[in-house]
Design a protein around this ligand. Structure first.
Ligand SMILES: NC(=O)c1ccc[n+]([C@@H]2O[C@H](COP(=O)([O-])OP(=O)(O)OC[C@H]3O[C@@H](n4cnc5c(N)ncnc54)[C@H](O)[C@@H]3O)[C@@H](O)[C@H]2O)c1
Ligand SMILES: [Zn+2]
Length: 344
């Protein structure tokens, strides 16, 4: 369910299941307030448990803490776990629910744009290891995902932008009206955006792709548009470049590489660039190309020694599994050091 206010929808879902439930939430005051008001309306929660989150806390240590508090609250095999928060909450709480007593039902109330448009969709849950992000986890679908769009009003801009990059990615994959509508909205202040529609469009793109490819055998690769570059930019910058910024940069880089391989038109590449610029996304990395290429070599998505990319053939026509020569990638990475002077 995607709505300005989903609290009554969550209450109705809990009543329909008629089982005990526990609420886990990001301890962020804005998020905790939403969680408490859901519990108040639904009544009878075993507990409302605020958990201090943040990217650095998506770890097994936090999993243990959450699992112990579920047990202390008296959660049973039939208990529903309701998670409230952003993408970190979705990944961490979803993983806890998937492993508590070998798996209990999970329902997520998304309060960040990343969670609404991306993290809470597709059934991937998990936590990070020192060796890398999201290296521990399971695929498990929640029994419901609720996008509490009103919560975006309190979301800091830097967090909103993280989600916007994924929305632009989805709009390039989908093309058509979705892409055009984002182009039209881009010059307007975010408070004026019809967020329920925008989130719904992004969710449709992701869920349609995921439904076709549960275990990432192929199609799901499409969702990695811009991501081979993004992960390398993040790693090579020592994570000074956030994931969302990396994706925005990765979308420019994928466009440049597609241009080099003569599969994408300059005109459409410029449309994407103009959109990214309007949305105040970064366009240059300032990173050493060789360092980025090395970081790319350690990407877990690399297969059989080749560098493989997801590239646009057109807005609305994206292709995965494209092999690219190292030299073409390097020249794109050189170009990415700078703002686009001439087109591209
Ligand atoms: N499982 C997947 O398929 C998938 C997909 C994309 C991203 N992710 C994961 O999502 C995470 C990033 O998600 P995120 O950007 O939502 O990060 P996040 O959950 O840390 O939220 C960002 C910040 O916003 C705060 N916040 C959340 N909702 C708020 C609200 N309504 N008002 C004010 N502040 C609010 C949070 O406390 C946090 O400080 C990453 O760990 C990433 O790996 C997972
Ligand atoms: Zn992403």
């Amino acid at each position: 369910m995607i709505d300005d206010d989903v609290r009554n929808g969550v209450v109705a879902a809990l009543r329909a299941h008629d089982r005990s439930y526990v609420v886990l939430c990001d301890a962020n005051p804005h998020v905790a307030t939403i969680a408490r008001s859901i519990a108040r309306r639904a009544g009878g929660a075993l507990a409302v448990i605020p958990v201090r989150l943040g990217e650095g806390r998506k770890r097994l240590k936090s999993v243990e803490g959450v699992l112990e508090s579920l047990a202390a609250a008296g959660a049973e095999r039939s208990t529903i776990v309701v998670g409230v928060g952003g993408g970190v909450a979705a990944d961490l709480f979803g993983f806890c629910a998937a492993t508590y007593m070998r798996g209990v039902a999970y329902l997520h109330v998304a309060t960040s744009l990343v969670a609404m448009a991306d993290a809470a969709i597709g059934g991937k849950t998990g936590v990070d290891l020192r060796a890398g992000k999201n290296l521990v986890g399971v695929f498990r679908d929640p029994i419901g995902v609720f996008a509490h769009v009103r919560a975006l009003r309190t979301l800091p801009f830097r967090c909103l932008r993280e989600g916007l990059a994924e929305i632009v990615k989805a709009a390039i994959i989908e093309g058509g009206d979705f892409f055009t509508s984002i182009e039209i909205l881009a010059p307007h202040p975010f408070v004026q955006w019809p967020w329920p529609e925008v989130v719904a469009a992004a969710v449709n793109v992701k869920s349609a792709i995921v439904a076709d490819d549960r275990e990432e055998a192929g199609m799901r690769e499409l969702l990695n548009l811009g991501h081979t570059f993004a992960h390398a930019f993040e790693r090579a910058s020592d994570y000074r470049i956030t994931h969302g910024a990396g994706v925005a940069l990765g979308l420019r880089a994928a466009g440049l590489l597609a241009l080099r391989l003569h599969v994408f038109s300059r005109e459409e590449h410029l449309r994407v660039l103009a959109l990214l610029a309007l949305l105040q996304m970064p366009l240059r990395t300032g990173l050493n190309p060789e360092a980025v290429l090395r970081a790319m070599g350690s990407d877990k998505k690399r297969r059989g020694g080749h560098l493989r990319f997801v590239l646009p053939r057109a807005i609305g026509d994206v292709e995965y599994g494209v092999d690219a020569p190292r030299s073409a990638v390097l020249s794109v990475l050189r170009r990415m050091q700078q703002v686009p002077a001439s087109p591209g």
